[in-house]
Design a protein around this ligand. Sequence first.
Ligand code: ATP
Ligand code: MG
Ligand code: MG
Length: 379
Amino acid sequence: MTTVGILGGGQLARMMALAGAPLGLRFLVLDTAGDACAGQFAPMVVGDYTDRAALEEFASRIDVATFDFENVPAESAQWLTGKVPVFPNPRALATAQDRLAEKTLFRELGIPVPPFADVPDRAALDAAVAVLGTPCILKTRRLGYDGKGQFRIKTPADVEAAWDALGAQAATVGLILEGFVAFQRELSVVAVRGRDGEFRAWPLTENWHVDGVLSASLAPAPVDDALRETALSHARKLAEALDYVGVFALELFCRDGELLANEMAPRVHNSGHWTIEGSETSQFQNHLRAVLGLPLGDTRMLGHACMLNWIGAMPDAGPVLREAGGHWHDYGKPPRAGRKVGHATVRAEHPAELAASLRRIGEALGRQAQVAPVIARLG
Ligand code: ATP
Ligand code: MG
Ligand code: MG
């Protein structure tokens, strides 16, 4: 019996545990919160990610370790490698945790990025704004997610407010300034690399964010072959450079037909949730196969899929469940403003059918605005 240890016990760990059950896997979750939602399906060790006693207990009960949470301290991940195999490797994790390190790596690999500059102090911010111009975005280098830890500088007059909001973090998690990209579309590559170096990617996904949080994803993203090949080649280069094992996502901005890399997530990703019902093999199953050294599953799509995130509170399930291709995921979390509490995936053979399903769901739930951009893209 193989036990997979997961650092972090959120919905990603929960869906991993669900995907691993048919493979006969056991799971053990380490999380700081005793009520983490993966705990409903897997035993837990409750403790801080830097708590040596908790890590010792966790390591003693597992065969291999992986992550649902990308901000596990790299030293803890490194320490774990002395006890069990850890995938992805701590260097990949450390690179992806730091926006400056990841963007520097992208650039070294020839993957285009928005202009960026390190911001160690206030003078550096003024200098960086002078070079990059406005609009631009000040972000924390580490620990940001769902658009948290970011400040949009629309004009030079906003610099003061940006520093007031984030300046104190320059000395702790670091800051980076990025040029604002007036993109037409956001895309992501969700891909997997096996222990033997085999690389597979799911069809490109198009994503829509609201207030910095993912709202909807559509796969396959309607893009031409050349763009898809470029995106996949960026993802493959990155995975190889990091000797990455497992699933990861590369977020891309598409501006005037050009791709710019925003960030990578060293884990299964929200923009890949549609793979549970929309692909031959889900990202969760393939992540487990990768970390266990099993053959990777086929990543081909089954029709067209749209994922809708439920933020804050779960809506009524009825309108989704009534659709032939409607699938419901409730993470079992108490409602809270801004929190990802569940999602739905709607799948259909043809784009027009998917659009019709989404239109019915949007109307029934009063969420026309959430489905509108996806319907527009489906034509
Ligand atoms: P997550 O990890 O949840 O994807 P995050 O907090 O790491 O989010 P980013 O991905 O950097 O944040 O930014 C969130 C969203 O804000 C992006 O998906 C994009 O819509 C917008 N955004 C971020 N950076 C830029 C940029 N340089 N130019 C234009 N828009 C941006
Ligand atoms: Mg991020
Ligand atoms: Mg992002």
